[in-house]
Design a protein around this ligand. Structure first.
Ligand code: NAD
Length: 354
């Protein structure tokens, strides 16, 4: 299948592209490079430098390349930035998406996998969140994505669009060639690894008086390869129906302190941390249940376990100290290190080497 990946130069998108290519698909990446990296896109994929709001460019891309399905990953997703620039977030996460839907409809492309967010559920959850739980987003990212989810539903009713919406919290980990590089970085694991490499002095812990096992917030971390696999699996249902699925880590999540301790063991570095006050609106526990996608599509996280996740991110960080700005110095060392990271599952069995 010829698949268009919007945002395919971004962190998760670049891994989705790798997985699609290894599954034998033909891939075109459509990305404005506002946050992504050209070097993150596999040389086996075609690349179009364009903004989703540029309908003409998008239309010619879909039509000339005979695109059959779209995986929509392009978005802005920093909660802090969204508070400063809400208009930008509505533009990218809602308007640009609507532009995509319009062009898809006019080009008779009716298959969409949408990378949404579990932020659509809001903040009042204590147990694993299920797809049937009410949505009540409290941040701009969640609100704009939920509005887009609703638009997608009406495009199905009116124009026969088929969609699979995937909702998840924290993507984490890396493959040999693709890892997380945002400017500025706000996600916990890459921030910790910046401390381990001396690029940052310490980690801020926002509150340690939550009713959790060690007082710090519990969050869900799903390996980026597992997320990418879910996007591929979701493509398979589109001939028959539309669906909404959560993707979770498969367990009860990890506290901030557990993540820091695990990273300290893996990197062999002390990770200084400072406990600050709670951030407004930060719930104690956010973990998604992936029971439905497990039952329907047989998806469950393969790289379960924080150690696997952090080890892969640490290998990538060491091999790419300047992110995508430098070509890897030793491919063999990298392959060995990443192979080691992926060589053990939490149950001790060997699994595939990347
Ligand atoms: N990273 C996470 O933990 C996480 C969690 C839940 C959901 N998501 C969702 O997954 C998707 C990918 O996230 P990510 O972390 O890889 O983000 P990212 O910022 O690394 O990648 C997003 C990509 O979209 C591109 N882009 C942005 N606006 C565009 C536009 N108007 N036109 C074309 N391209 C545009 C950027 O250049 C970038 O390459 C997003 O939709 C995000 O909301 C991410």
């Amino acid at each position: 299948m010829h698949i268009l990946v919007t945002g395919g130069a971004g962190y998760i998108g670049s891994v989705v592209v790798e997985e699609l290519l290894s599954d034998g698909h033909h891939v075109t990446v459509y990305d404005s490079l506002s946050k992504g990296h050209r070097a993150a896109v596999s040389s086996r994929a075609e690349f179009v430098h364009g903004n989703l709001l540029d309908s003409e460019r998008l239309k010619s891309t879909l039509q000339q390349r005979r695109i059959e399905s779209v995986i929509h990953m392009a978005a802005d997703s920093s909660a802090a930035e969204a508070l400063r620039h809400p208009a930008k977030y509505y533009q990218t996460n809602l308007l640009a998406g609507l532009s995509l839907l319009e062009v898809m409809t006019n080009s008779q492309v009716t298959r969409l996998v949408f990378s949404s967010t579990a932020a659509v559920y809001g903040e009042r959850y204590w147990q694993r969140i299920e797809e049937t739980d009410p949505t009540d987003p409290t941040n701009i990212d969640g609100k704009a994505k939920l509005a887009f989810e609703r638009a997608v539903h009406w495009y199905e009713q009116a124009y026969g669009l088929r969609y699979a919406t995937l909702r998840y919290f924290n993507a984490a980990g890396a493959t040999a060639s693709c890892g997380e590089r945002h400017h500025p970085e706000t996600h916990l694991i890459p921030v910790i690894l910046q401390v381990a490499t001396g690029k940052r002095r310490r980690v801020e812990i926002y509150g340690d008086d939550y009713p959790t096992r060690d007082g710090t917030c519990v969050r869900d971390y799903v390996h980026v390869v597992d997320l990418a696999r879910a996007h591929l699996l979701a493509l398979n249902i589109l001939d028959e129906r539309s669906a909404v699925y959560n993707l979770g880590c498969g367990g009860d999540g990890y506290t901030v302190k557990e993540v820091i301790d695990c990273a300290s063991k893996i990197t062999g570095q002390e990770i200084p941390a400072r406990v600050g006050s709670r951030r407004p609106g930060d719930p104690a526990v956010l973990v998604a249940s992936s029971k439905l996608i497990e039952e329907d599509l047989g998806w469950s996280p393969k790289y379960q376990g924080l150690e696997n996740i952090i080890q892969s991110a640490w290998c990538w960080t060491q091999d790419h100290p300047n992110g995508y700005e430098r070509v890897a110095s030793s491919r063999r060392a990298r392959a060995a290190a990443i192979g080691e990271a992926y060589g053990r599952r939490s149950n001790g069995r060997r699994t595939r080497q990347i």
